[in-house]
Design a protein around this ligand. Structure first.
Ligand code: FE2
Length: 205
């Protein structure tokens, strides 16, 4: 059932994100794919709450640890047309470097206030948006957010988004596998706003 309070929050949130998005629309380059990695949480591993706000789990008082940020953009085709009805999923480790996944055997305890996985579905304008935490490094990896896009239940893209100019990028084997001229398509530039830092990144299918 659709929770009216949550729906209202979502409308406000997406209204808030309706600001200029960095100019990737002119390019016909598609967003490069990247490894899904071992920690994509299957439906049974997820919280019941799988909305766009990973920092707040429905019914919980606590907010996730970490630096709260917004990640938003549009899903476009290669002609720059918005793609409606695209399901955009993200997942990432919490501020302690632990994934919401049964296969994460690291000794780090999980931040139970972090949703770990979320999704949204684009409207006619192709927009997507998430409230989450700025990704942090964990052993062996530079900070990243995993992203998956599905259309009509068919997977169209799996990739990872990286932090601009993070010093670990140059040592990260997956980041290094992204062709240099395509890296801007998977790079998040967080800018300071009156609310929280915000990155705009279009996804081109
Ligand atoms: Fe990862």
């Amino acid at each position: 059932m659709i929770d009216p309070v949550n729906q209202k929050r979502r409308r406000l949130f997406f209204g808030m994100l309706a600001l200029p998005v960095s100019g990737l629309a002119a390019t016909s380059d598609s967003t490069p794919g990247g490894s899904e990695g071992p920690f994509y949480p299957g439906p049974k591993m997820r919280y019941e709450d799988v909305d766009y706000d990973l920092v707040k789990i429905a019914g919980e008082v606590e907010q996730a640890g970490g630096e709260v940020v917004e990640l938003a953009g549009r899903v476009l085709d290669r002609n720059g047309n918005p793609v409606a009805g695209a399901r955009v999923e993200i997942w990432q480790c919490d501020v302690r470097g632990r994934y919401l996944h049964r296969g994460d055997f690291s000794l780090r305890s999980r931040d139970k206030a972090f949703q770990g996985f979320g999704h949204t579905v684009t409207g006619t304008d192709g927009r997507y948006g998430f409230r989450t935490i700025k990704p942090v490094p964990y052993p062996g990896r530079t900070p990243h957010i995993h992203v998956k896009v599905l259309l009509d239940n068919r997977e169209r893209l799996t990739t990872q988004f990286y932090l601009a100019d993070h010093p670990d990028n140059e040592h990260d084997w997956l980041y290094q596998r992204v062709p240099q001229h395509k890296r801007k398509l998977v790079t998040m530039n967080f800018i300071t706003t009156e609310q929280v830092p915000r990155a705009s990144l279009d996804i081109v299918l």
